[in-house]
Design a protein around this ligand. Structure first.
Ligand code: NI
Length: 188
């Protein structure tokens, strides 16, 4: 496994439309392994292949990025030893994902993106979706999703069409966000 470089705005590759995966081979497995390692390292809860420069319809998501390797926290404030379970990782891979049934109801979530660092904004998306995708073996799955999972999958699927979350904002807000990012980069 290897951590790959995450590309950031205004890299033109982020506007590229990614192509379907047709070959479910070891190269694909390596890409997915690397994407997980890159996402956990960042850290983030979702990553599309194009964010590491690979224009394939591949996403990884883990809403629980913390932290299998962490030492269990022990506390003994009342004289007993309690061990808090560290949060379990829930890695999920979505290959060639589709959205079947977006709900008419929408939800606002504060979103961020590893390719638009330090910028957060509220984006409105369908609250519930039915998703269909393939796994690493090429098998097809379907599942109803809501909450953060529905939002995250829609955000990551946008990357496959060359769309960033800031593209959902008004032009004014998007320009403000990009200016802020430019400023932050100058300071860094
Ligand atoms: Ni993103």
């Amino acid at each position: 496994m290897a951590i790959r470089e995450i590309i950031e705005v205004p890299d033109p590759r982020l506007k590229q439309v990614s192509v379907p995966v047709e070959t479910f081979d070891d190269e694909l497995k390596t890409l997915v392994d690397d994407m997980f390692e890159t996402m956990y390292d960042a850290p983030g809860i979702g990553l599309a292949a194009i964010q590491v420069g690979v224009p394939l319809r591949v996403l990884v998501i883990d809403l629980q990025p913390d932290d299998e390797d962490a030492e269990p926290v022990a506390c003994d404030h009342d004289g007993h030893h309690h061990h808090h379970q560290p949060t379990k990782k829930e890695p999920r891979v979505f290959i060639n994902p589709e959205i079947l049934d977006p709900s008419e109801e929408h939800t606002l979530y504060q979103e961020g993106c590893l390719s638009v660092p330090e910028i957060y904004a509220e984006v409105e998306r369908p609250s519930r979706i039915r998703a269909r995708w393939q796994d690493l073996a090429g098998n097809t799955h379907e599942e109803d999703m809501d909450g953060l999972m529905a939002t995250c999958l829609q955000h990551e699927m946008d990357h496959l069409e060359g769309v960033l979350f800031i593209d959902h904002l008004s032009r004014l807000k998007r320009n403000m966000a990009l200016k802020k990012l430019e400023k932050l980069r100058k300071v860094a």
